[in-house]
Write a protein that binds this ligand. Structure first.
Ligand code: TEU
Length: 672
């Protein structure tokens, strides 16, 4: 940014400044008009920050300016290639599997690769184009696989490398690609690299991690090197008596942050990627990949930002100074095929518009890179995943998951008008610069169905109607949809009642802190449940029965749901089920190019109840109308809508003057 004494509008015009301020406003539940009205926008930044101090709790100016200085003025992405050049993942439907809870083949109560292999037809019949597996690498499972001990081995409870090779081939034979979850912001404390670093902190592996000496004469009881907090509670530092060093861990104490400043770390990661690409893996979802570059010196975090964002220090790593450089290098050195690369052990068969399978495709020139990027907004999406930027292909923008002024831990009802506004604003601002990843559920969040319905999420008709409406939005908007296991059968949160039913390190740590604050177990559980990641990690419901067809043993994580009609088996034969609605939606996407390559025109843009839009295939009159009632009551359709023939609808194929609660439909606009 050029101005010596910038005005607020100069900061807001900078991509990093825009996203940082938008994130603060979202957290505070305030409108962007707070900063865009000319009176405030033209204030010198320092004056504006003084005005905001009572709300922000302190001065954030210097932190903000440091952040902006790291990133110049950001680069404009080049416009997206035209439809013919679009990469496969632009048109794909992704499906996230949490393998631990998907299907168990050997009765030990833990999902495994052979269980998933036995259920691959479920995914192929859904019409999925790419399967994403949450971590399956060897791990002590302090964070359910997000703490890797060996990047080239499968965790024993999930199977073997041979099982994984068979799974990769099984996906490819069904016309599906498969990506894994690459967790390289940190390794497990049991990884050989870390063990070597502890044994000899001045040796070759000491620089693989963020190790800091203690104060003179310290035994670890002194203050850690800075005020950074762990996402799972407490300090982000752990004292290593054997090494007489502090070690950084942004997550659990067994998840040790890698030092990406070390070129040998970057080379190791690139080699891991190449190794898996040779086995036929089609790319990776990259875990908290925007955290890998930390500000040199690891300075203290600004107290006001720490309080506001709940994690002191976050401004020094959520978008660090060398992030672009590291991502470009990883894309080139790890994900891009070179001429002397071996042909992968298998590649996906092509799938035609009618879903029929074709011949195996040639290897993709570049493996897909899906960044998990907490805290990244629209502008940083453009910088990280903009077409032609040479960094990531898509990123997850988590702003969609909680409404303004809300966090995952608040017990509130999610307002779907916010979902509409978030996606429309993202699409309008991104234009063709970057592909939007469209997701509502994942393994880290409560189910969107339950956020909207609350205790009514077990009302069968509301639950089915809303599940279909949500997945229609996800699959019919421009972008790449990521379904999470269970969405296809309207999975909801669990009626857990005791701490013994929770297994996630984040939930358990939170429970411990609340109990230490004097809450009873029941009150502590009640405070954790709204945001617990455990809801989304219960076993997949394949059929009725105590273990829902997931295992013949005792599930590692019990589910607490007895709903009738919401298992795969019960929905399979019901033509009006959510499962068959999802299948038809994906088949329609595949058959109708306008629903994937088409532009979008929002209808009744300002309505908070009605979400309608047109998809028109460029250069043709081929136009589709999609409509969703965002509310649990009957609404009147706006006037002046085009006449259209309904191809897919819930609860009916009729289009009258009104829409039933959560009604959704997809219709072909009649020409003329
Ligand atoms: O998640 C990081 C992330 O942004 C959320 O998990 C959130 O930070 C966390 O729940 C604390 O609020 C990724 C993985 O998806 C998650 O499962 C892992 O626990 C985490 O990284 C560490 O690897």
């Amino acid at each position: 940014m050029t101005a010596e004494h910038p005005r607020l509008k100069d900061v807001y015009a900078h991509p990093v400044g825009r996203d940082a301020i938008d994130r603060v406003l979202l957290q505070l539940g305030r409108s962007p008009r707070w900063v865009t009205n000319p009176l405030v926008a033209n204030l010198p930044l320092r004056a504006a920050a003084r005005l905001a101090r009572p709300v922000l709790g302190g001065d954030i100016t210097s932190s903000l300016l440091d952040l902006l200085a790291d990133h110049g003025d950001g680069h404009k992405a080049s416009p997206r290639a035209d439809a013919d050049d679009r990469p496969w993942w632009n048109r794909a439907v992704f499906y996230q599997v949490y393998p631990r809870s998907f299907a168990d083949s050997d009765g030990d109560g833990v999902g495994d690769l052979r269980g998933l292999l036995a259920r691959l037809d479920h995914l192929a019949d859904l019409g999925v184009d790419c399967v994403w597996l949450s971590p399956i690498f060897d791990s002590p499972n302090e964070d359910m696989g997000y703490d890797v001990r060996d990047y080239r081995a499968v965790m024993a409870e999930m199977g073997t490398l041979a099982d994984l090779d068979e799974l990769i081939a099984g996906c490819h034979a069904r016309g599906m690609r498969i990506i894994l979850d690459l967790v390289v912001n940190h390794t497990s404390a049991e990884h050989p690299w870390f063990r070597a670093a502890v044994a000899d902190p001045e040796g070759p592996y000491g620089s693989y991690y963020h190790l800091r000496r203690g104060r003179p004469g310290e035994d670890g009881s002194g203050p850690p090197p800075n005020n950074w907090a762990s996402f799972f509670g407490g300090s982000a530092w752990r004292w290593l008596p054997q090494a007489q060093r502090w070690a950084l861990h942004l997550f659990a104490p067994g998840q040790m942050d890698l030092n990406w400043e070390e070129p040998r770390v970057r080379a190791e990661v690139a080699q891991i990627v190449r190794w898996w690409r040779a086995r036929g893996i089609d790319g990776f979802r990259l875990d908290v990949i925007n955290y890998i570059s930390k500000r040199p010196g690891l300075p203290d975090g600004n107290e006001a930002i720490g309080t506001l964002m709940q994690f002191p220090g976050i401004e020094h790593y959520f978008f660090g100074p060398r992030l672009h450089e590291h991502l470009r290098e990883l894309r080139t050195d790890g994900f891009t095929r070179s001429p002397d690369d071996p042909v992968p052990m298998s590649t996906a068969r092509s799938r035609r518009a009618d879903g029929a399978l074709g011949e195996p495709l040639p290897p993709d020139p570049i493996g897909v890179m899906v960044g998990e990027t907490p805290g990244v907004g629209v502008e940083l999406t453009r910088l990280l995943a903009g077409t032609g930027r040479g960094e990531l292909d898509m990123v997850f923008n988590f702003d969609v998951l909680d409404g303004p002024g809300r966090t995952r831990w608040d017990d509130y009802r999610y307002d779907l008008s916010y979902l509409k506004e978030h996606y429309l604003r993202s699409l309008e601002r991104l234009g063709g610069d970057a592909q939007l990843a469209l997701f509502l559920d994942n393994h880290d969040n409560p189910r969107m169905l339950s956020k909207v319905l609350g205790d009514r999420d077990q009302d069968p008709s509301l639950r089915s109607a809303l599940a279909k409406a949500l997945v229609t939005i996800q699959l019919m908007l421009p972008g790449t949809p990521f379904l999470y296991q269970g969405q296809e059968i309207a999975a909801i949160d669990q009626r857990f009642t005791s701490a013994s039913e929770l297994h996630d390190v984040e939930s358990l740590n939170r429970l411990t802190r609340l109990r230490a604050d004097g809450l009873t177990e029941a009150d502590a559980v009640a405070r954790v449940l709204p945001g617990a990641r455990d809801h989304a990690r219960v076993p997949m419901r394949w059929e009725p029965g105590p273990t829902t067809g997931f295992t013949t043993g005792t599930p590692w994580q019990p589910g607490r749901e007895e709903s009738v009609g919401f298992t795969v088996a019960e929905q399979e034969s019901d033509q009006g089920s959510v499962l068959n609605h999802v299948r038809r939606l994906i088949a329609l996407r595949r058959a109708e190019p306008a629903l994937v390559d088409g532009g979008m025109t929002a209808l009744a843009r300002s309505s908070r109840r009605y979400f309608g839009w047109l998809r028109t295939l460029p250069g043709t009159a081929e136009t589709w109308l999609i409509e969703v009632n965002l509310t649990d009551r009957t609404i009147r359709r706006p006037r002046g809508l085009p006449d259209a023939e309904v191809a897919l609808g819930s609860p009916s194929l009729e289009r009258g003057a009104t829409m039933a609660p959560y009604e959704c439909l997809v219709a072909r606009v009649r020409a003329g």
